[in-house]
Design a protein around this ligand. Structure first.
Ligand SMILES: [Zn+2]
Length: 561
């Protein structure tokens, strides 16, 4: 189905590099009319016809040349995506550490989008109001961290002429735990009471379908001195990890974002990204998801704006003109931001690095009764290159009976010495946490690994019953009436052979004997598997088995027949 009632496909979204997508205000307005009629209200037939004419997907061309495997040549469609939209600099303050002192304060700030700046100024006025105590009204009366937020419906209805920026309507979070901790905040370095040093600029936090902003307080330590200037210029933001780490946990749990140096992501989005990565969705795809959700949200409030205007049919002045809603990207307007895959990876890496110690601890506490050991050569192609050369040739992993990684060691070669210490550490941690030592190890190279693994984990040798190859067969025995005749001298051997050849009729060329014949010799494993000369020859004939030990003899000892 095509036309106004059709949902748009992913290729119609205005994603960077998408050749199907258009741009600009025209497209945005046209898009909003392609939403399902149920949510868009009655569709004007005039508009519907026009929309169909402008459909962004070209008609199928049956004569078009088809290439079967162009994936490698042209790249996967997703390769073009995940680039993000908007400025990664949120215009907020850089997280400052002790050593940077005043330097960062002289940084030239990006100006905030006008709509954000207006809201920020308005909120500051509100936050400066205190109740009967010294606490801001927000905490004392409303008992929330989120600043009052009107729904767009009420904004539309209240104003005589709505303005698009009113509907951008970001959420704002105010974080000032100084009021909520008994005795106030203390310096993480010297535990002196901190002095309030004014409001911070807003920090933008990426949420699932839009962004929200955070305002905090900056604090100065009256005691700590800056190492360079020797002045009392050390300040902390309220969301400084060192400050949050010292808060009561129940209070710290209210903080909704994860911050890096200049970026911030909502906790819930980070959690979702983590599960997506775990279940096979990459950062590019996740960035695209956010792209779709953020644009969908923008389109929804755009549509709400248009619907709000068309609902004012009874306006006293029908000639009144309304401002166009603008585009998602407009720096002076909505100023939408979708993080790039690179940005998202950075946040994810930071989270993993922050939790490295706990993750190692958790890994060390896992059991490992049934293990699998293997080298992987994929990841090492992507990491740690030195002058363009890969440092590690493989990642060695040991997984346990639950498929959990128990050991991960980057190795330069496949030699056992490269991961021996990792396995010894695993053995020690199993012992420390009271787990059983490994009972079974799966490997793709048992001949090479068996001895090495058994040496490290003696438990592998316990209670092992070798599997018999032909357990159903009875062991062969030489029948009692058959004699064994070992011979090692040349004369003895010739005598034994004569006993056999005597039965041949020399005059009859067709005369023949039936014997059992076998020979044994040593193999030298040291010198490229060369075989040694024949050691023994066994010939079974009638009721005798002749074992001829020929190793110390050569042709010289025998009579030429
Ligand atoms: Zn201090």
């Amino acid at each position: 189905m095509r036309g106004p009632l059709r949902q748009r496909s992913i290729f119609e979204w205005n994603i960077a590099g998408n050749p199907h997508a258009g741009g600009g205000i025209d497209t945005a307005i046209h898009y909003s009319s392609t939403l399902p009629a149920t949510s868009a209200g009655p569709v004007d037939p005039q508009l519907a016809r026009k929309t169909r004419d402008q459909c962004v997907i070209p008609d199928e061309d049956p004569d078009r040349v088809i290439f079967m495997d162009c994936d490698d040549e042209e790249g996967h469609p997703f390769d073009l995506m995940g680039d993000g939209v908007g400025d990664e600099d949120d215009g907020g303050e850089e997280e400052q550490d002790d050593s940077s002192g005043t330097a960062t304060r002289h940084r030239i700030h990006q100006s905030l989008p006008p709509a954000v700046k207006d809201q920020y100024d308005k909120h500051l006025e509100y936050l400066k109001q205190t109740g009967c105590g010294s606490k801001p009204l927000l905490y004392e009366k409303h008992q929330t961290f989120w600043l009052p937020h009107k729904a767009n419906f009420f904004i539309l209805n209240k104003t005589s002429k709505p303005h698009p920026s009113q509907l951008y309507n970001h959420r704002w979070f105010y974080w000032d735990p100084d009021y909520l901790v008994e005795g106030g905040l203390r310096c993480p370095n010297c535990s002196t009471h901190l002095h309030r040093h004014g409001f911070t600029r807003p920090r933008r936090v990426v949420d699932l379908e839009n962004v929200f902003y955070m305002i905090g307080q900056r604090h100065r330590c009256p005691h700590c001195k800056h190492p360079k200037s020797n002045e009392h210029t050390i300040t902390f933001n309220r969301w400084d990890p060192r400050i949050i780490a010292k808060l009561p946990r129940a209070l710290a749990a209210e903080f909704p974002a994860c911050l890096s140096h200049r970026n911030a992501i909502a906790d819930s989005v980070l959690a979702m990204m983590r599960t997506c990565f775990q279940y096979g969705m990459g950062s590019k795809q996740f960035s695209n998801c956010l792209h779709v959700l953020h644009h969908r949200y923008f389109d929804r409030i755009h549509l709400q704006y248009l619907d709000g205007i068309t609902a004012r049919k009874s306006d006293p002045d029908p000639s009144i003109s309304y401002q166009p809603f603008g585009t998602f990207e407009d720096q002076r307007g909505y100023c939408g931001f979708v993080p790039s895959s690179h940005w998202l990876r950075g946040m994810y890496d930071k989270m993993i690095e922050d939790h490295g110690t706990q993750i190692d601890q958790k890994t060390a506490m896992c059991s490992a009764e049934i293990c699998a050991i293997d080298h992987s050569h994929k990841i090492t192609k992507q990491i740690v290159k030195f002058n363009g050369e890969t440092v590690f040739s493989a990642a060695l992993t040991v997984t346990n009976e639950f498929g959990e990684v128990r050991v991960l060691a980057y190795v330069a070669t496949k030699s056992h010495a490269q991961f021996e210490s990792a396995l010894l550490n695993m053995k020690a941690s199993l012992e420390m946490f009271g787990h059983k030592q490994p009972q079974v190890f799966y490997t793709d190279n048992p001949a090479a690994d068996k001895q090495f693994l058994e040496q490290i984990f003696p438990s592998l040798r316990e209670n092992v019953v070798p599997v018999q190859k032909y357990h159903a067969l009875k062991p062969a025995k030489i029948p009692p009436d058959v004699g064994v005749n070992p011979q090692s001298s040349a004369s003895g051997i010739e005598e034994a052979l004569a006993k056999i050849t005597d039965d041949l009729n020399v005059d009859d060329e067709t005369s023949h004997l039936v014997v059992g014949f076998d020979a044994e010799w040593n193999v030298d494993f040291g010198e490229r598997g060369r075989t040694k000369p024949t050691a023994t020859i066994q010939i079974a004939y009638k009721k005798w088995v002749h074992v001829l030990q020929v190793c110390s003899l050569n042709a010289y000892h025998f009579r030429v027949a």
